[in-house]
Ligand binder design. Structure first.
Ligand code: FES
Length: 178
């Protein structure tokens, strides 16, 4: 009888140990997922949140003028999130979506900032003298392509822009994080 009780106690201890192991392993899954998160994201490289960011009320944008507006973007590198501002060029010719143009202010040549020269009605990059028309088309200089347009939409009378970076120095526009 004592032998049977001893066996039963041993069996119950074994079941307990198995149950605790299973529960322990299940509990560890979220921990492993959390620890491995940066590695699962593009091999651990940094990434940018690809969402539309509110930049301004459409009514506040001047008519038929290029305006440089800051776009605040969260860049993620593993667990680290860094907020950075990326200025974009915006021009509206009316309040509807089809009358708005949004261009990146990053020069497609080697990434310097592109500035608007109102007196000459053209964009200009000081680094190597690339010039672009008032629509962002290449006029002169080393830039292999026109200024990069950015995706945007108008929602509740506000302009939302999606920040995107493109490969520099190449003719064909190619997103940097593709
Ligand atoms: S970086 Fe703009 S012209 Fe070279």
């Amino acid at each position: 009888m004592a032998d049977l009780r001893h066996h039963r106690r041993g069996f119950l201890s074994f079941c307990n140990a198995v149950l605790l192991s299973v529960v322990g392993m299940l509990g560890a899954v979220p921990v492993f997922r959390y620890v491995g998160y940066p590695l699962r994201r593009r091999g651990g490289s940094s990434s940018t949140e690809q969402s539309f960011v509110d930049v301004a009320a459409v009514a506040d944008l001047p008519l038929d003028e290029w305006r440089l507006v800051p776009l605040e973007i969260v860049h993620r590198d593993g667990w680290e999130a860094v907020r950075r501002q990326h200025p974009v060029w915006v021009r509206k010719r009316g309040d509807s979506e089809g009358e708005i143009t949004v261009l990146s202010s990053v020069c497609p040549h080697l990434g310097c900032p592109v500035n608007w020269r109102a007196e000459e009605s053209k964009f200009f990059c000081r680094c190597h003298a690339a010039a672009f028309s008032a629509d962002g088309q290449t006029l002169a200089g080393p830039s292999p392509r026109s200024m990069d347009p950015l995706s945007f939409r108008v929602q509740n009378a506000r302009l939302l822009v999606r920040w995107e970076e493109f490969q520099n120095g190449v003719e064909k526009r190619k997103p940097l994080e593709a």
